[in-house]
Design a protein around this ligand. Structure first.
Ligand SMILES: Nc1nc2c(c(=O)[nH]1)N[C@H]1C(S)=C(S)[C@@H](COP(=O)(O)O)O[C@H]1N2
Ligand SMILES: [Mo]
Length: 330
């Protein structure tokens, strides 16, 4: 397929560091952008979405037909898992936005998924070469049990049409899964009884499974559900505060399953429980704690989130490892 590109090759924009993520809903210009194979140039009236594989009624939808499905808006955190070439390196590529579009389940109901289909393969309009590997198209997959109510074919971000780099005119959004699964410039949905066979689901984006003692079991699992993670927004790294006075430490925490606890440490030894707000839809959750630096000097502040499923952020060596900031009390 001949596809024109607005930008060719890897295109990444991480416009905000944690202490700049002060808004609950991240403005589009502060939101992350990750494109492995360039930014395809697609007009809404040329866009087509093919739905095939294990369905009773294969279909090709136009953008106008997509917009006829009931409109749904959903707040969700949106996190990049990091480079597939360096998957365990912790990154802070995160934002929290409102997606708008059609529910995937409504679109699939129209094509009648056949019994036996267990995975949905989704392909973008982009293809090319990444790290010497030929990628005919950007293709991901997800278990169809996961589609439920909240997977969207989105065409809006924060109430406006998607920008080209965010997948214009329409993309998949899998709330709670790492951003890599939310295929942009969506072109094809294929129902299957196996996982997808392209490099983005086989060669890359499979993590080692760790046993209870923290050692790898030798198995792998797809990079799907987002593991618990947290960032400190305030104070900013290298901030100066007054010793002996109360300051609010606050930040954001998120996980596929939601977060039910965030603890903070200012000495690396003891952990204090913060107040964590309830989750709204799939959005990130604010945590806060009042703290008084007991003396002058440097402090390292760490935050550690626990998911509602009881998983705690690891201290090191994983993409969701605890982050810390250094501040000074004077
Ligand atoms: N078609 C396509 N979809 C894609 C990508 C891509 O390179 N091509 N990148 C993925 C990755 S790794 C992430 S983190 C998210 C980023 O979405 P955003 O740029 O809208 O923030 O898109 C995902 N969807
Ligand atoms: Mo990503």
């Amino acid at each position: 397929m001949d596809q024109n590109y607005r930008i060719s090759g890897v295109h990444t924009r991480i416009p905000a560091v944690p202490h700049e993520l002060t808004d609950r809903i991240t403005p589009v210009e502060k939101s992350i952008v990750l494109c492995h194979l360039g930014v395809p140039d697609i007009e809404a009236d040329q866009w087509r979405l093919t739905i095939d594989g294990m369905v009773e009624r294969p279909a090709v939808l136009t953008f106008g037909q997509l917009k006829q499905f009931p409109f749904c808006e959903l707040q969700s955190f949106h996190q990049c898992a990091g480079s597939p070439l360096n998957p365990h390196q912790p990154t802070r590529r995160i934002c929290n936005v409102i997606w708008g579009g059609a529910r995937l389940k409504d679109v699939l109901a129209n094509s009648r998924v056949l019994p036996g289909a267990t995975f949905l393969w989704s392909s973008g309009s982009d293809g090319g070469v990444l790290a010497d590997t030929v990628c005919p198209t950007y293709m991901k997959d997800l278990p169809i049990d996961r589609i439920g109510q909240d997977v969207l074919i989105a065409y809006e971000m924060n109430g406006k049409p998607l920008l080209p780099e965010h997948g214009y005119p329409a993309r998949l959004v899998v709330p709670g899964y790492y951003g890599t699964n939310s295929v942009k410039w969506l072109r094809r949905l294929e129902l299957s009884s196996t996982r997808a066979s392209g490099p983005f689901t086989t060669k890359w984006y499979n993590d080692p499974v760790y046993g209870a003692d923290g050692t790898p079991t030798g198995e792998t699992q797809p990079v799907w559900a987002v593991a618990p993670q947290s960032i400190i927004v305030c104070p900013a790294p290298a901030a100066t505060i007054t010793a002996g006075r109360t300051h609010e430490i606050w930040g954001w925490a998120w996980a596929d399953e939601g977060v039910d606890q965030v603890v903070l440490s200012t000495d690396g030894l003891s952990w204090f429980e913060t107040v964590v707000e309830k989750q709204t839809e799939r959005g990130w959750q604010r945590f806060s704690m009042d703290w008084m630096a007991p003396h002058r000097g440097k402090f390292s502040i760490m935050s550690r989130a626990r998911s509602c499923g009881g998983i705690v952020q690891p201290l090191a060596e994983r993409r969701n490892a605890v982050f810390s900031i250094e501040i000074e009390a004077i």
